[in-house]
Write a protein that binds this ligand. Structure first.
Ligand SMILES: *[C@@H]1O[C@H](CO)[C@@H](O)[C@H](O)[C@H]1NC(C)=O
Ligand SMILES: *[C@@H]1O[C@H](CO)[C@@H](O)[C@H](O)[C@H]1NC(C)=O
Ligand SMILES: *[C@@H]1O[C@H](CO)[C@@H](O)[C@H](O)[C@H]1NC(C)=O
Length: 267
């Protein structure tokens, strides 16, 4: 009897303390973490033998934009601001869907595909995620048939990220667009489509196609709607080799391009 009474008493105390805690929580102003500590911005994460490389470029006003001398400018606007009495800070984003690290959908260069709805939401996540090879392209050439042949990429490799002279020249960190960037020539794109199993092509500047072959190389790649193009990857300080790549575009219905977050995982 006494034991049952004790149990009832302690349950009651528990209940009361739980209720008052809940009440306190409702009224209390949450205490902030230490805001004098600078936020960490990292490109490499990892623990327990696993390393994650973020191969996405940061969006800054000085990031280059295709054929522009001025960079992407202010793509973020604080539409509602606490300093101006709003209940929260709320930003708006306005940008070309081909800004920074991004993906191209077939509709980018084929109007028929655009009209038929082959947008970024229709891209195959199975191609955008999985085992991938990061290779170094010889630095004295565009990605021509000869250059890609010299890389001896084995059959069965589906995802390849091509690091080029663009990374050495740090072109993605230069505000002014540089049309002398390295990319695929038309014959390089054709060689890849005809002779390899590659379905995910990644490069390190704003276009996978060299400037002089801008349209023709894109047309070769996108024609069969099998190859997915990821552009402006951040490939500095990542060792060449085999990884798991994860690339996720936004589900923008009707868009022929999308910003994309890409990471490489080495376990
Ligand atoms: C945004 O919100 C924070 C509080 O989270 C506030 O201190 C700050 O002043 C706001 N910034 C602007 C520009 O309103
Ligand atoms: C607050 O409002 C004023 C007046 O509309 C505007 O000039 C200012 O830029 C706003 N500030 C922010 C942080 O939104
Ligand atoms: C690559 O091609 C572009 C023209 O599209 C050219 O300006 C550039 O010099 C070439 N780069 C190399 C390394 O051959």
């Amino acid at each position: 009897m006494a034991a049952a009474h004790d149990l009832l008493l302690s349950l009651t105390i528990l209940l009361i303390s739980a209720l008052s805690t809940a009440d306190d929580t409702c009224r209390a102003v949450p205490s902030l973490g230490d805001v004098t500590v600078l936020p960490q911005r990292r490109d490499v994460y990892g623990s327990g033998g696993r390393t994650i490389y973020d191969i996405t470029h940061r969006y800054t006003p000085d990031m280059p934009a295709f054929e522009s001398a001025d960079g992407i400018g202010d793509i973020l606007k604080l539409a509602s601001s606490m300093k101006n009495g709003s209940f929260a800070n709320i930003s708006e984003l306005k940008l070309s869907s081909h800004t920074g690290t991004h993906v191209d959908a077939p509709g980018h260069f084929y109007d028929e595909y655009f009209d038929a709805g082959f947008d970024v939401d229709s891209l195959d996540l199975d191609v955008l995620n999985g085992a991938a090879l990061l290779v170094d392209v010889p630095r004295d050439t565009n990605i021509t048939a000869k250059a890609i042949e010299s890389l001896h990429i084995p059959k069965g490799v589906i995802r390849v990220l091509f690091r080029t002279l663009n990374t050495d020249r740090e072109l993605m960190f230069k505000k002014e667009f540089d049309s002398t960037y390295v990319g695929f020539t038309e014959d390089g794109a054709q060689w890849l489509v005809d002779n390899t199993d590659i379905k995910l092509v990644g490069t390190d500047y704003l276009s996978v196609a060299a400037y002089e072959d801008l349209i023709s190389a894109h047309l070769v790649f996108l024609k069969n709607r099998e190859v997915i193009l990821v552009e402006a990857l951040k490939l500095d300080n990542v060792p060449a080799g085999i990884y798991d790549v994860h690339c996720l575009p936004l589900r923008l219905i009707g868009a022929e391009g999308s910003p994309i977050r890409c990471i490489l995982i080495k376990s």
